[in-house]
Unconditional design. Sequence first.
Length: 599
Amino acid sequence: MNRYKKRSEEWVLALFFILITVELANAQTAMINVQSRNVTSLNGDWSVIIDPAGSGQWQQVWLEKQPQKKTDFFEYSFQGAPVLKVPGDFNSQLCELTWYEGTVWYKKEFNYRAQKGRRLFLHFGAVNYWADVYVNGEKAGSHEGGFTPFQFEITGKVKDGPNALVVKVNNGRYKSGLPGLGYDWLNYGGITRDVDLIETGNTFIEDYNIQLKKGSLNTVSGWVQLNGSQLAQNITVKIPELNIFYKARTDNEGVAKVEFSAAFKLWSPGSPKRYKVMIESETDTVEDNIGFRSIEVKGSKVVLNGKQLFLKAVNIHEENPFKGARASSAKDAVLLLNAAKELGCNLVRLAHYPHNEHMIKEAEKMGLMVWSEIPVYQHIDFADSSLPSKMEGMLKEMVRRDRNRCAIIIWSLSNETYPGTPGRDKALAELTKKCKAIDSARLITHVINTQRYQNNTFDLWDTLYRQADIIAINEYIGWYTPWQGLPAATKWTLVCPEKPVFISEFGGEALYGNKNVPTDEAAYWTEAYQAKIYTDQIEMFNTVPDLCGVCPWLLFDYRSPGRMHPVYQKGYNRKGLLSDKGEKKKAWYIIKEYYNSIR
Ligand code: GCB
């Protein structure tokens, strides 16, 4: 290749990454916590143009050019375009988009009347995966990452009367994406979460952290952050039920430290108590429902509010099984979480990306602890120089949204990455450090599946465990790997002893109804075989040193394009304890009984 051509391509590439980094950084400034804000919802019907070839880019769809003469060249238009619901994925709404991975342009009109001294923000709960946002033909910003919120200030970009909002959404996979090229779930694209207009005063309460100090059962240690021109203000944090009226003053950066003690009734699965908390500044007020609890690891035990507990968990994908669509509403969340409750769980692992806010809030109300994860999944290209800032960006967006949700006890920073991958250990160690710096009050984990299983012995040699407060292991003995001895005689070699061990995935597939065989004749895909895997696993659990919990893979059968057995799968991963119609498989009852037996 011509040396100069190569050079200029390198420059273009470098510029591209700088732009992405800057845009990610932009998306992270002035993130308003949406709690209790007066918002105008832009959910509902949006017009769309499906653009598999990417032609809308050179046609400048966002400018919405109209022909001047009847004979003017004219192709891309929202007039007469199909309509999709927001929030919602596009794959499940139009059958021609079922497996689609590419660009869809969305358009919505909204009316606005500007008031002096007011600021306006456009807030997206999530768009999978890329979003380029235009307001009245002008770019408001871009965002990368399909599962976390972002927003742009559009104060100067709106006009009185009708305004046009156009979003270019692209859910194409790419090597340096998070997740990367391969993953075992349907890549639901679109504006999958709520879209809101948020109006604020000139200076507003941008964010706050009101949670218990690590290890304490009665002292809140936190902060309040203002955004705007009048950064030094008096603030009050009120919890009327506890007679707390804590006063402080923000500094020139708009930050006030918050520290007070009270006799809290602590949040726990058995008693999910939350308090009404008001934060007032001279120019703004926000209200939230906040619970208080402490979560720690002491030696090899997980301790909630000072007491050891066993994590009875289940894995959940963000999918409404009955609709075969991305879950996006509070109703969807309740459906999924009710099933977890019925199973006897006290923890839900929200795999493999941050789920929508309804999931966390409903879980908190119901008394389910939450494990929240960023999509650092399997084949990530850690040598890519854009990776560290991308992982950090997603981590910050996840933590920023949910830092006051006491239900979240664990941040999971990676799932099934491979020790030999260049740059992995360094990148994940740095990410762990950053996570601790942002939030030191929760547990951190990295899920591994690279343990050796030989002679009925597990050898946990991947030193990534050192970065984790609890050792999380995915193992599919009985499914992908046969047993090599009696489950009850399994042995373990841990390189990192004295930490709690959590079996974060296990199980096997079964098609509901495929059960008319005696257990001793049970074959792959039968309910009986799946049930046998579960009985064996439960026997094996007694051999795990310092076991602190288990988490079947998973609650419901779910859609995955890589699962195409023509009889048993048909586009579904069938490892659910429940079918995609909510039918209970034999394995459901085995886990339910096991969880009931643990007090
Ligand atoms: C895993 C992955 C999960 C898969 C599951 C399976 O280890 O973490 O995302 O879907 O295995 O079904 O094989």
